[in-house]
Ligand binder design. Sequence first.
Ligand code: SF4
Length: 191
Amino acid sequence: MTRRLILLAHCLLNGSAKLRGNDAPAVLEPLVLPLIREGFGVIQLPCPETTYLGLRRWGMTSEQYDTPPFRRHCRRILEPLLDQVEDSLRESFRVAGVVGPEGSPSCGVGCTCGGFCGGEPAEGVPEARRIPGPGVFMDQLRLCLEERGLFLPFAGVDEGNPEGCRPAALSFAPLGAFSRPDGDGQGGFRS
Ligand code: SF4
């Protein structure tokens, strides 16, 4: 049987990694449970913000995170995981893709949080807003995958719309993304 894997942003499986004061569930069940029922093996990505600044961090924008040391941190924590993904692909596992929560400055896929605002911490940041484009971690993940000749689909989920999570996250899964060196580029190796 061909095993299927999917990569999920850390907090989709562990809401406690998110910023203090959020009301995220421990596990985003409408996304995760159907994946498990459908036989996906789930690889949990590391949380780049918690492993960089801890649980007492402030909310920041993607511009604030987009620095050489944060990108270096992302690259470093991704390294062992990418080794595992690459090895799984070589063993003919299928890797459906990557799913991240929209709006995150690190893990957003189609939209992130922008509106740079440095300086002293303040109550609320009116300049911060959703803007198009990936978060820094997902952008770095894509770059690291491409450096290895790996091309996976990415999908974002809107955590505020749990019922919409599953179709969004699985939009690419029926493709059975290719995972072999002779795949056609819909996820997997590209020569
Ligand atoms: S950095 Fe990513 S994994 Fe960590 S809490 Fe934010 S969205 Fe979730």
